[in-house]
Design a protein around this ligand. Structure first.
Ligand SMILES: *[C@@H]1O[C@H](CO)[C@@H](O)[C@H](O)[C@H]1NC(C)=O
Ligand SMILES: *[C@@H]1O[C@H](CO)[C@@H](O)[C@H](O)[C@H]1NC(C)=O
Ligand SMILES: *[C@@H]1O[C@H](CO)[C@@H](O)[C@H](O)[C@H]1NC(C)=O
Ligand SMILES: *[C@@H]1O[C@H](CO)[C@@H](O)[C@H](O)[C@H]1NC(C)=O
Length: 444
């Protein structure tokens, strides 16, 4: 018994290629005088760090995820090319960097973008002492892509430039444009079948909601929460460049019966979405999961819902018959959810965050904004270049999704695993070369 237990432990240790994690004392609240601190986690990848002379450091911003280490993506290549240290900081309230004992609405009050940006500034000040006269560049993808641009805006004395990969700098309250792009990325035939599937499921929910949801092991969810997840299962696959996974089985679907097309979609959701994309699904879409105020390592959904309900918005809604998702998913659904879960009586004031940072008119020097052509989030990025020193690079291909310049295509949301080759990777290569060229210029 004891021996097999010991062997088991050894296997765990052997499998764990985890890099060392570090912690530093971060302020709980940057905006009121107080001594309270919490442990904020970070990682260091400095294999290519120059041994003499002034240094370069890349600040990699982890976002609304458990930050498990240095991202296995192209940021490491930038570090190699620039002989830089690549330092990755976990976002407050996620993973092991939680500043409060619970995730109650009251305790979550320190979860704001301004606190998060101040964390990064404090971190740079702290970590710079370990380096020789460093110049910093911020890097982030998705929500952290917005943070990296905003960081350069608010702290231009701390970073010489920023890479905003699929950076959602524009906080849109009623974000129906997301589905507009889901439709475009799916293409007309796949979009038609996805809408048809939504319709079939809605119809069956009315007749026998328990058994309809049970087909997806989701019988415990409310109908709208369930429909929200159904939309995500399609949208997220497109978002990360898996057009073939979701759409190939549906092509030619007009010849299939309702049962047949539904089966194909069930297969996609249960065999691909649950297994490869979101191992907590469907449970993490249920209201019980999101209402749980305990700090449970590995869970991130409540924190992110809080950010969307309170500050950043991007509430992905139905607009009209062109939307892929169910009409159950609208502003009322979101208002109700934000109210039930956090006791909020009004929707997030996205006008105020856009006033703070500039929204899609954010005008900062030395930022590269990159987009993947299939990514629905690109509708919330900078749409038109505001300054010559901050170009927009749209990377076009069928599986170019969220953060494609960093992550390759397609890529899993966790970002774990080797970065994959893109079928049409010339576009990605060109973008990476351009980004590196810009970074070198900022460092002169
Ligand atoms: C649904 O809820 C019941 C009772 O709370 C529980 O026993 C069951 O495991 C749940 N099923 C799923 C699939 O979550
Ligand atoms: C749906 O809404 C979009 C955006 O307002 C609009 O461009 C489109 O024409 C509408 N389509 C229909 C079928 O109403
Ligand atoms: C952005 O800022 C630069 C520098 O201040 C200015 O020259 C440029 O006109 C601004 N761009 C826009 C679109 O306002
Ligand atoms: C992102 O996509 C939008 C919509 O297609 C486009 O207007 C914009 O120029 C793109 N931005 C970047 C940074 O590529």
């Amino acid at each position: 018994m004891k021996h097999s237990y010991f062997a088991f432990l050894l296997i765990i240790i052997a499998l764990c290629t985890c890099e060392p994690e570090y912690f530093f004392d971060q302020k709980v609240d940057h905006f009121t005088p107080s001594e309270s601190t919490f442990k904020q986690r970070y990682y260091v990848y400095d294999e290519h760090r120059a041994s003499t002379g002034d240094e370069v450091a890349l600040l990699y911003i982890c976002g609304e995820i458990v930050c498990t280490g240095t991202a296995q993506n192209y940021a490491k290549e930038y570090a190699r090319h620039l002989k830089a240290s690549l330092v990755t900081v976990e976002h407050r309230y996620y993973g092991k960097s939680v500043p409060t004992p619970t995730l109650s609405t009251k305790d979550l009050r320190f979860l704001t973008t301004e606190q998060a940006l101040s964390d990064l500034a404090t971190f740079i000040q702290f970590y710079s002492k370990k380096l020789r006269n460093p110049k910093w560049i911020a890097i982030g993808c998705s929500y952290p892509g917005a943070l990296s641009a905003w960081f350069r805006l608010k702290y231009p004395h701390l970073v010489v430039g920023a890479l905003s990969s699929s950076g959602v700098v524009n906080s849109i309250l009623d974000f129906w444009q997301f589905d507009d792009q889901v439709r475009d990325s799916a293409g007309p035939e796949c979009a038609t079948q996805l809408r048809r599937i939504t319709g079939i499921i809605e119809k069956r929910l009315k007749v026998d909601s328990y058994h309809t949801k049970a087909l997806f092991s989701a019988q415990n969810m409310t109908n709208p929460d369930f429909m929200y997840m159904i939309a995500d299962a399609a949208a997220e696959s497109l978002q990360y460049g898996f057009h073939g996974k979701v759409c190939d089985p549906l092509i030619g679907g007009s010849k299939l019966s309702d049962d047949q097309i539904l089966d194909r979609f069930i297969n996609h959701v249960t065999q691909f979405f649950y297994k490869e994309f979101d191992k907590e699904a469907p449970y993490d879409y249920s209201i019980e999961y999101i209402m749980d105020e305990r700090v449970v390592f590995g869970r991130v959904a409540r924190q992110w819902w809080y950010q969307t309900c309170v500050e950043v918005g991007w509430l992905q809604n139905y607009k009209n018959s062109t939307s892929i998702r169910s009409s159950m998913i609208n502003m009322d659904y979101h208002k109700d959810r934000c109210n039930k879960v956090f006791g909020l009586t009004s929707p997030p004031d996205t006008k105020s965050i856009n006033l703070l940072y500039g929204g899609d008119h954010v005008n900062i020097s030395n930022v590269v904004y990159a987009n993947g052509s299939q990514d629905p989030w690109k509708r919330a990025s900078v749409l038109e270049s505001q300054s010559d020193s901050s170009p927009l690079i749209e990377i076009k291909c069928i599986n170019c999704g969220h953060g494609v310049d960093l992550r390759g295509c397609p890529s899993l949301p966790s970002g774990v695993g080797p970065s994959r080759k893109c079928e049409d990777n010339e576009a990605v290569d060109r973008a990476r070369e351009e980004i590196l060229r810009r970074m070198r210029r900022w460092l002169l």
